[in-house]
Design a protein. Structure first.
Ligand code: C5P
Length: 220
C-alpha cells in the first residue's frame, strides 16, 4: 500500500511565545515545517500533505513546492480531517506533528512496518521517567494529590502515528471527536492501538525551553 504522511501544522503555537505560528518558526536557518518534511525518510516513497493556517497556505506552498498544502481548522482534529481529504488513495496514513521535526527515520519505518504487518493503528511511545500524581483543584488553594499513578503502566506517545486508511477514516468519522492525538480517537471506536519504540529526538516543541533544546541539538 502507498504511504501518505499528513502533517498537521495549523496550530497557533501560542505556548511557544514566538511572533509566527509554530511550524513557521526558524530553526537554525530553516523553518520547523521544512525540517519536518525533510526528515521523512525517502525510502517510504510517501506522498506528503501539510495542513497550515489558512493565511499561510501561499507561504507554505512557496517553502514546500513538492508537497500538497491545504488549510486547517480550529481544532487539531479538523486539521487532520482536512489532511485525510487531501491524501488521495494511499492505503497507509501517517499523522505526524509538525512540532516534532527531528523524528528519526527509524521511528517512521517501524510504524509503517507494524501497520503493514497487520496492526491497524500504531504509535511510537517512550517510558515515563517522572513520578506522576493525580490531583484535584482546591479553589483558592494549592492543588491536592489524590493518588500516585503507577508509571510502569504508562507511556508517553509521540508521532508519526500510523493507520490503515480505513482505521483513520473511522477514527475521524465522529466530527465531534476532540482528542490530543489520533490514536485516542481510534481507541474510542474500539480499534486496537499498538506501540513501537519512540525516540527522544521525536520530542515535541511546545514551550520556549523545548525550542532552546532543539536549537542546541541542530546546532547553530
Ligand atoms: O497543540 P499541539 O502542540 O498539541 O498541536 C500538535 C500539532 O497539531 C501541531 O503540529 C499543530 O500545528 C497541529 N494543529 C493543527 N491544527 C490545529 C491545532 C493544532 O494542525 N487547529
Amino acid at each position: 500500500a502507498n504511504v501518505c504522511v499528513i502533517i498537521p501544522a495549523a496550530g497557533s503555537g501560542t505556548r511557544l511565545g514566538e511572533p509566527v505560528p509554530k511550524a513557521f518558526v526558524d530553526l537554525c536557518g530553516r523553518t520547523i515545517i521544512e525540517r519536518c518534511v525533510d526528515n521523512i525518510p525517502a525510502s517510504l516513497g510517501a506522498s506528503v500533505v501539510v495542513v497550515v493556517p489558512v493565511d499561510l497556505v501561499d507561504r507554505a506552498r512557496t517553502l514546500l513546492p513538492d508537497v500538497i498544502v491545504v488549510a486547517g481548522g480550529a481544532h487539531r482534529s479538523d486539521s487532520v480531517r482536512a489532511g485525510i481529504s487531501a491524501a488521495g488513495d494511499a492505503g497507509i496514513l501517517l499523522v505526524h506533528d509538525a512540532a516534532r521535526p527531528l523524528t528519526p527515520a527509524r521511528v517512521f519505518t517501524d510504524v509503517v512496518d507494524a501497520v503493514r504487518s497487520g496492526h491497524p493503528a500504531v504509535v511510537p511511545a517512550i517510558p515515563v521517567v517522572d513520578t506522576l500524581k493525580q490531583v484535584v483543584a482546591v479553589p483558592g488553594g494549592l492543588e491536592r494529590v489524590t493518588r500516585t499513578v503507577d508509571r510502569d503502566e504508562l507511556r508517553a506517545v509521540q508521532t508519526p502515528q500510523g493507520f490503515t486508511r480505513e482505521a483513520l477514516r473511522r477514527a475521524h468519522e465522529d466530527a465531534s471527536g476532540l482528542a490530543t492525538d489520533d490514536a485516542g480517537l481510534a481507541e474510542r471506536c474500539g480499534i486496537d492501538v499498538h506501540l513501537v519504540p519512540g525516540d527522544p529526538l521525536a520530542m515535541k516543541i511546545t514551550t520556549p525551553w523545548d525550542l532552546r533544546i532543539v536549537r542546541d541539538v541542530v546546532g547553530r
